[in-house]
Design a protein around this ligand. Structure first.
Ligand SMILES: NC(=O)c1ccc[n+]([C@@H]2O[C@H](COP(=O)([O-])OP(=O)(O)OC[C@H]3O[C@@H](n4cnc5c(N)ncnc54)[C@H](O)[C@@H]3O)[C@@H](O)[C@H]2O)c1
Length: 254
């Protein structure tokens, strides 16, 4: 496991779930972490957990749908810590669970706005900053297994997550020689509040059914995703860019 001493990481949507666990993992490995979220209480709780463990973090309220806010996120990281080495663009919502024919157009747009436009809004200032600094940097976007295959009644989410992979590959090509690597993780179903709000973990029958879609017949943990994100950021992954790394217990092997 690589050390991130004297490095700086920013994680969107880190007031909960995968984002919180990844922010804590970055800090445990020695990075200073900018925790951002629309959920102020959740974000401050993440910072408190990092500080209690002896790490360095600060919180900034950032709505990823607002390009001024994502620019401010990068500016604050640089003002506070001098640079931005790693960015995990993780903030996301589940959206409606309804077929295409019944999906409200405004709801559809709002899932695309957070889960796809939000990632673009983050990447733009992050990569611009990383291109200017010695040593470049690494961007990791949170896509999903549903960035690679369809899933009934989730068209907004699935379309956004497929889009995140296209965006990841394109930015990787643009940055092949700039010192900035750009990758994505594609988690399977991970036990977080997002699944609870979608009724998956609260309904035992549905949980069993979803678990069975993975070869390992279980849900993943936020820690398993955090470890993959940190590996992609580490120098051990120095020849890895444009990759969509599955963390999915064999879901896509069927
Ligand atoms: N849980 C899963 O099964 C799973 C699987 C694959 C991918 N993912 C992806 O992982 C990411 C994190 O999901 P999670 O399961 O940890 O969910 P979560 O609900 O626990 O956390 C998501 C966080 O994003 C924040 N957020 C929502 N809208 C935002 C916005 N506009 N700006 C900034 N922050 C915002 C929320 O406040 C929350 O803190 C999402 O992109 C999700 O699509 C999750």
């Amino acid at each position: 496991m690589g050390s991130f001493t004297d490095t700086v990481a920013a994680v969107t949507g880190s007031g909960s779930g995968i984002g919180r666990t990844t922010a804590i993992e970055f800090a445990d490995r020695g990075a200073s972490v900018l925790v951002t979220d629309v959920d102020v209480d959740g974000g401050e709780e993440t910072v408190a957990q990092i500080e209690d463990a002896g790490g360095e973090a600060r919180f900034l309220e950032v709505d990823v749908t607002d390009p001024d806010a994502t620019q401010e996120m990068v500016d604050v990281a640089v003002e506070a810590y001098g640079r931005l080495d790693y960015a995990f663009n993780n903030a996301g919502i589940g959206g409606a669970q309804t077929p295409v024919t019944e999906y409200d157009s405004d709801d559809w747009r709002s899932v695309i706005d957070v889960n796809l436009v939000g990632v673009f809004n983050c990447m733009k200032p992050e990569i611009a900053q990383m291109q200017t600094q010695d040593g470049g940097g690494v961007v990791v976007n949170n896509s999903s297994i549903l960035g690679q295959v369809g899933f009934e009644a989730s068209s907004g989410y699935v379309a956004a997550k497929h889009g995140v992979l296209g965006l990841t590959k394109t930015a990787a090509l643009e940055n092949g020689e700039t010192g900035v690597r750009v990758n994505a993780v594609c988690p399977g179903f991970i036990e977080t509040p997002l699944l609870e709000s979608g009724g998956i973990t609260s309904d035992p029958e549905m949980r069993k059914q979803i678990e069975g879609l993975h070869a390992m017949n279980r849900l993943g943990t936020p820690q398993e995703v955090a470890d993959a994100v940190c590996w992609l950021c580490d120098d051990e992954a120095s020849f890895v860019t444009g990759e969509a790394l599955g963390v999915e217990g064999g879901y896509l092997s069927r």
